[in-house]
Design a protein. Structure first.
Lengths: 313, 313
DNA sequence: AACATCTATCAATAAAACTTATTGAATATC
DNA sequence: GATATTCAATAAGTTTTATTGATAGATGTT
């Protein structure tokens, strides 16, 4: 049994196709067929059920794949140990970011980071929290930035900052004249929300539900981006909540519509999250350093209360 | 990097000698030299400091060895998964047993076990608890039978039975006329003990100390075996405590000297212990089954209090 | 029936792992 | 101080293994 064979098994298990898996492994299809057969012969058991189309794992195969993923990941860790020893910070690093954090945070730290760590090849993807968790667990992401706490056993979190919620209240709104808003003023019924799948939406719902226990779970208007949310609000369709960093680059006219909360302001906790195996920990720590550095200048709020990003049913 | 290379590194790290390690790996010494060099070249780091005699691990080397042991063990686990699937219970299995359990328990289950699981090649070694813990952790033992709880994070325990302590009181002793003994009757000063290194000795000391806090830690007479302990006691040199199973095969005359404790009788907890990685779990469970089976008929005590086998300073 | 898709098999080749024999350095012995 | 002894590294040659391109066979599609 070799680590190479195990990684071939992982590739076929993932793509459910020898030919595609072979491409991903940068070998030809016969190589995969033969090496996997050899492993199956040695273990004297079938890992794949080749009668099914597309190809499927056998019951033992599933267990073997789980264990193989373990072994292959642990083997990467050896290079990691060496890198750490040498103080080398580089190589490919895949970072996921949720949509409501991406446009505001990324421009703030990306330049700093690539200048400070030029050997790291950052590959950034915008993904929902759900997708991020799946891809951290299957090893397709090295780390991600998301709202926390996630209460997920396989994933570790390092808090980067707390980002307060800011209300955006249009001209005609009933709360127009409240200079400082209280959480209890909120009503889910006149709140514009992001569409399903965004954890910021869940945060807002949790916040509103905390004070009014609403039975009606049907929301009037939903949007895919915070930009659109502001425009809809300007049209008089309701108020909305924005993450603080988004309020920094809206136009001057709209800024007049921002209403801050009385302290402790509701806020989301934004963290760098990664698999508990702590692979590529040096790069994760480098990211944390850079992001914490740029954020210190941008968010000054002291007194906040954290709103959970997880939908509670 | 291959699993083979990693196991070569482990062998050299263990034997601190390429030639001996090569023999253990069933290859020639140049093979080890070359493969390890190749790994060092690929990682671009030295794992061994060859200037030292005998050869030593570098600092990174130590970390790599820890990780390598992980990977190699996890790779064994794949064969384990397959065995489990096939219901195959066999292969070499190394079991450690502490000296005060070995002579009484082993004859009770060994025959049953080898008949029921003829494909398992049991290799049994008599070792102290301390040695057992070290050898379970370094993979030289698959499991062991010892007094518990050990309070060791890397080792898991499955309780097999509780073995009461029975007092052996010679003719001339002050406790001679107490039919049933109480723990508070015990005095460490007239107690014959096993020599240092036996956990049964620690158990007895813990038991005595629990009721008399003695400052004097010098014991009068010590012995290497329970047989000798009984003989010394017969010579009038003091009383002693025996594990219950040992009382089953002492001669008739001596049996008159046995005094049981009032319930709850002090007892040691005897467990099957193994590494938390749970390698060869099928065989461990098979052992547990067989031993529990034979013990059920031998020990009927209900009400016991467990004495810790660990020296508390 | 012809075509497309996908895996297994075969023979050839490139790469690697391993072996025996030998060297060289360090240490111990006379 | 010369001579063994020990032990890892190196060299050269052999065997084994991994990989490839070409192709056959199986299965499903138009």
């Amino acid at each position: 049994m070799t680590i190479t064979q195990l990684s071939y098994v992982l590739a076929v298990a993932e793509h459910q196709n020898f030919t595609k898996a072979a491409q991903k492994c940068f070998v030809t299809q016969p190589t995969l067929s033969m090496q996997i057969q050899k492993l199956e012969d040695q273990l004297d058991i079938l890992i794949f059920d080749r009668s099914k189309k597309p190809i499927e794992l056998t019951e033992v195969g599933k267990k073997i794949v789980t264990q193989a993923r373990n072994i292959v990941n642990e083997s990467y860790r050896i290079q990691d140990i060496v890198d750490q020893e040498k103080g080398f910070i580089g190589g490919e690093f895949k970072l996921g970011i949720i949509p409501t954090i991406m446009p505001t945070l990324l421009p703030m730290f990306l330049n700093n980071f690539v200048k400070k760590y030029p050997k790291v090849k950052l590959k950034i993807e915008e993904l929902t929290t759900e997708e991020i968790i799946a891809r951290i667990n299957d090893g397709h992401l090295d780390a991600a930035i998301a709202a926390t706490p996630l209460e997920n056993e396989t994933i570790k979190e390092r808090v980067l900052y707390f980002e307060p919620f800011v209300a955006y209240v249009p001209n005609n709104h009933r709360l127009r004249d409240n200079k400082k808003l209280n959480i209890t003023d909120l009503d889910i019924d006149d709140m514009l929300l992001l569409e399903d799948g965004h954890c910021f939406r869940e945060g807002v719902i949790n916040l509103c539900k905390a004070f009014k226990n609403h039975t009606d779970d049907k929301f009037q208007l939903e949007s895919g981006s915070i930009e659109t949310l502001i425009k809809l609000s300007n049209e008089g369709l309701g108020m909305t909540l924005l993450p603080y960093l988004h309020t920094l680059d809206i136009n001057e006219k709209s800024k007049a519509n921002l209403h801050y909360f009385t302290e402790p302001s509701p806020a989301r906790e934004v963290s760098l999250i990664y698999h508990k195996s702590e692979l590529k920990m040096q790069i994760i720590e480098a990211l944390q350093d850079v992001i914490s550095g740029v954020i210190r200048g941008a968010i000054a709020f002291q007194n906040v209360q954290i709103v959970s990003p997880i939908s509670k049913k």
